[in-house]
Design a protein around this ligand. Sequence first.
Ligand SMILES: Nc1ncnc2c1ncn2[C@@H]1O[C@H](COP(=O)(O)OP(=O)(O)OP(=O)(O)O)[C@@H](O)[C@H]1O
Ligand SMILES: [Mg+2]
Length: 242
Amino acid sequence: MKGGGQRAAGGGQGRIVVVTGSDTGVGKTVLTTLLTRRWRAQGINAVALKPLCSGGREDAVALHAANGGVLTLDEVNPWHFRAALAPALAARQADRGVKLANVVARVRAVAAQFEVVLVEGAGGLLSPLGEGFDNRDLLSALGAVPVVVVPNRLGAVNQARLVIEALPMRACRHASVVLMDMPDADAAARSNAALLRACLPDLRVVRLPWLKRSGAASGRGVQAALRELERGASIRRAWPTA
Ligand SMILES: Nc1ncnc2c1ncn2[C@@H]1O[C@H](COP(=O)(O)OP(=O)(O)OP(=O)(O)O)[C@@H](O)[C@H]1O
Ligand SMILES: [Mg+2]
């Protein structure tokens, strides 16, 4: 099945990857666009969603572009709120609460048409997303494979372990961690990946280089890191639902 511009014939349910992280602003959109572009270029019918945005739709615009326009902006991002607050609060301010079941239904409807759906969460794993649910609840309800993005600096090992500990147990087995390099790698940044692998021997831990310019995905280091991530147990294999 080719990725270029087509939706799948439907019938099956595509695999769902949730890109989450230790915090807001850690590189979730950067990673999601890189993976989407890479997989689509490989002929995998992958597409990225940002179901909830608050304080601007820049992420959705970036994912829409990475998708090659196969979905409309409103399909990529069905819920958007003006206030730059956690989506759950921003939605309440706008008097438009979002229910978990509705988000799950939207993502599943897209997953029925594509081989892989990458879902970028909002904020960190436990940031509230909608009425009584957070990113973890969404991940769990979707039976998704988690990818955890953490800035690669002093303290990253603790942050990554906290997020991994907080994952639902079934999802945890299939998680990967991406340590996002900063412009100047210090001693901690150079040693974090090895230390984290020692703490989490069953999980894939990958270090992604800092992109010197926006969208500089062609760098060999970047593609090598993404390849390494794909070699992990399960990024392309959906975590089986009960
Ligand atoms: N590996 C990287 N190379 C270059 N820039 C990066 C990298 N990782 C993150 N950035 C930059 O850091 C900033 C935050 O990244 P990004 O928007 O991807 O974070 P996010 O986790 O998606 O944030 P949000 O919580 O707002 O969705 C952006 O300016 C982005 O370009
Ligand atoms: Mg983002």
